[in-house]
Design a binder for this molecule. Structure first.
Ligand SMILES: Cc1cc2nc3c(=O)[nH]c(=O)nc-3n(C[C@H](O)[C@H](O)[C@H](O)COP(=O)(O)OP(=O)(O)OC[C@H]3O[C@@H](n4cnc5c(N)ncnc54)[C@H](O)[C@@H]3O)c2cc1C
Length: 351
């Protein structure tokens, strides 16, 4: 018995001393990343054996399970493959595919609305000899952060800084959405929370104002790209949304453009099918592209103004000066500010 107690004491003494030392040295800590041990234990008890287990943990697990179930049913059970759009330049286009059981299927159509995003089959159905693509890959990316912290302000903040752009926005009253500019080939593993908050605090630094920090819930790197494929119609195939055009996220025009496309296309198809009048479907591509190019120009301009050029760019010094001059202009001239505002809200876009 005494031998057993001795072995137990020998095994446990060091861990107990370390825990006591941790408790004692962390007790007065106000550092977000090194909270007092008593606070960690209290949070642990609250989450795993307190009220939050029922109100927070179980609903989270239920949502996760529901997500997996929906993905399994919709993505695997009802999934189709080998989708193709055929004879789009004739009066009887069709969509062919294999269903979930591998059986070949075919849908005969009057018209095909290609709303299948950047990686769908619609755009590439249009022959290359007919299609023209204009695009720009920007020399930077954005790290999208979802953080479990209330927004630091009610406003969206676009910040210019020599280290790189930063955007403050919000997902809800309790969750913030933040985007620091990163290198185009950067990886989320390079951005641990400490580095994220340090970079954001530096880029948002303003006298009398402080950014709230907290645990991050999600991180992803988004490349920045402008892309327009024209025309948006080939025969009886009509492209809408990301299937035809991509804008960088600055200015938040992507979804708005997609909705504007389907709104116009829907009206045009109803007119063609119900009234037998082709004027709107005939004008669809040109009308949509006018709007797309205007939004593409605005997104390019809004992207070019606050994102720092790569340090290796031989024109970096000149470009930075152009950016700060442009920013000074839009923030001091009511006319320039109005120009930004009417594009930002979409008031001047031919929706
Ligand atoms: C990180 C990020 C943030 C963004 N933030 C904003 C923002 O704040 N504001 C904004 O306006 N825009 C934003 N956008 C852009 C916006 O999400 C897109 O512009 C918009 O979703 C385009 O809609 P869409 O329907 O054209 O394409 P998608 O949303 O890509 O939808 C296409 C759908 O077609 C499906 N599909 C493809 N092929 C097939 C097939 N063969 N059979 C069946 N289905 C198929 C795809 O699965 C997909 O569901 C953001 C984009 C990203 C990536």
């Amino acid at each position: 018995m005494i031998g057993l107690l001795r072995r137990l004491a020998a095994t446990m003494t060091l861990p107990v001393l370390l825990v006591l030392a941790w408790w004692w040295t962390s007790d007065a800590s106000t550092n977000f990343y090194l909270p007092p041990l008593r606070q960690i234990l209290a949070a642990f008890a609250e989450v795993w054996i307190g009220d939050r287990f029922a109100t927070d943990v179980l609903p989270s697990l239920a949502r996760l399970a529901a997500g997996y179930l929906i993905a399994a049913v919709a993505g695997i059970g009802a999934g189709v493959s080998q989708t193709r759009i055929e004879d789009a330049d004739t009066d009887r286009p069709m969509i062919t595919f294999r269903d979930a059981d591998g059986h070949p299927r075919r849908i005969d159509c009057d018209y095909v609305a290609g709303c299948d995003g950047l990686h769908g089959v619609s755009r590439t159905t249009i022959p290359e000899s007919v299609r023209t693509v204009a695009q720009r890959a920007y020399p930077f990316s954005r790290l999208g952060i979802l953080a479990d912290v209330p927004p630091s302000t009610d406003e969206l903040i676009y910040a210019w800084h020599p280290d790189g752009f930063a955007l403050h926005s919000m997902r809800s009253a309790a969750v913030s959405r933040l985007y620091p500019q990163v290198a185009p080939d950067d990886d989320v593993t390079n951005w641990l929370d400490g580095r994220v908050w340090e970079a954001l605090s530096t880029r948002f630094a303003l006298d009398g104002w402080a950014l709230k920090s907290g645990p991050t819930l999600e991180k992803s790197v988004t490349p920045m790209r402008s892309f327009v494929s024209a025309p948006m119609r080939w025969g009886r195939l009509f492209l809408a949304g990301d299937a035809s055009h991509i804008v960088p996220p600055t200015g938040a025009k992507g979804l708005n453009l997609a909705i504007a496309d389907v709104n116009k296309l829907g009206t045009a198809l109803v007119r063609a099918i119900q009234d037998g009048r082709d004027d709107l479907i005939d004008g669809y591509s040109d009308d949509a592209l006018r709007r797309v190019w205007q939004a593409t120009h605005f997104s390019w301009w809004m992207t070019s103004m606050p994102h720092a050029p790569p340090a290796a760019d031989p024109d970096a010094g000149f470009l930075r000066q152009m950016q700060t001059t442009q920013l000074a202009y839009v923030t001091s001239s009511p006319t320039a500010a109005a120009g930004l505002a009417e594009n930002y809200t979409g008031a001047v876009l031919p929706y």
